[in-house]
Ligand binder design. Structure first.
Ligand SMILES: Nc1ncnc2c1ncn2[C@@H]1O[C@H](COP(=O)(O)OP(=O)(O)OP(=O)(O)O)[C@@H](O)[C@H]1O
Length: 259
């Protein structure tokens, strides 16, 4: 029998006023996979992620994460589950008045207030180097970093509590192609080393081909298909064909073959 999915979503409905974003959305994420989530702009990828991590209360449906029902939990229980995942938001969401090291220490202080300064600094340095930043990035403020370094700093903070599950919202947006490829490699390497499951929203076809085990496509308010890119390519849906088989999709495959 296969293992229960690490994220299971059933019949999800989200709306803002009379704008319905999701209706009858179902999705399973399997432990150990990198699941890419794609869809046109405004199809509700970020809203889906926010629903899973409890920042958006759905109108209806069921969301189970790590075996726990995420809807209508009391705050203490929700907090206990939250520490088992890390999130990298689209804009990095670092605290601008804190250094990189202090940003990484925020979740550790919240969950382990008894950990003393020297050990905190050591853990922060470890997470910073694990995210591919030089050691001297720790005392810097986010405004002193490049876009790529800020993403890595956000990643270091997402890894602060040794998560089992990582949520990444467009991690390579705004990076140059070389920086984006390096970030993909970093994610893939961390996934292997740390046994992570990754929920990854992206528009980046190179990322999808390079590191995603499966891809979920959101359209018409639901997940219309999930599978490997090869499996998706066999489907007749116009958006899927246009996306993966259009000029950019073909360029991504050509780039991959050129490596
Ligand atoms: N807090 C909110 N209040 C009202 N509407 C919202 C809110 N958050 C999101 N929306 C709307 O929900 C829709 C889906 O937004 P979402 O950010 O999830 O899209 P997305 O698929 O992530 O888009 P993109 O690829 O452009 O980032 C959009 O129309 C957006 O305007």
């Amino acid at each position: 029998m296969s293992e229960a999915p690490i994220i299971a979503i059933r019949d999800l409905r989200n709306s803002f006023g009379d704008q319905v974003i999701h209706e009858g959305l179902n999705l399973d994420v399997q432990r150990g996979e990198i699941l890419g989530v794609v869809g046109g702009s405004g199809t509700g990828k970020s809203v889906l992620m926010r629903s899973i991590i409890g920042l958006q209360t759905p109108d209806a449906g069921e969301i189970r994460v790590l075996g726990e029902n995420m809807i209508a939990r009391d705050e203490d229980e929700a907090k206990n589950i939250r520490r088992r995942w890390g999130v990298l938001f689209q804009n990095g969401a670092l605290f601008s008045t804190l250094t990189v090291a202090e940003n990484v220490e925020v979740p550790i202080r919240e969950y382990f207030p008894f950990i003393k300064e020297p050990l905190l600094d050591e853990i922060a340095s470890y997470k910073i180097s694990m995210s591919g930043l030089p050691a001297n990035a720790g005392p810097k403020f986010p405004s002193e970093l490049s876009g790529g370094m800020r993403k890595r700093a956000g990643l270091a903070r997402a890894l602060a509590l040794d998560p089992e599950l990582l949520f990444l919202d467009e991690p390579t947006a705004g990076l140059d192609p070389i920086g984006a490829a390096a970030f993909d490699e970093l994610i893939e390497g961390l996934k292997q080393k740390l046994d992570l499951t990754v929920f990854l929203i992206t528009h980046d076809l190179d990322t999808l081909w390079a590191i995603c085990d499966r891809v979920a496509v959101i359209a018409d308010r639901k997940v219309i298909a999930v599978g490997t890119i090869e499996e998706l390519l066999a489907l007749d849906h116009p958006w899927i064909q246009e996306y993966f088989n259009g000029p950019r999709g073909r360029a991504a495959v050509a780039g991959l073959k050129g490596h």
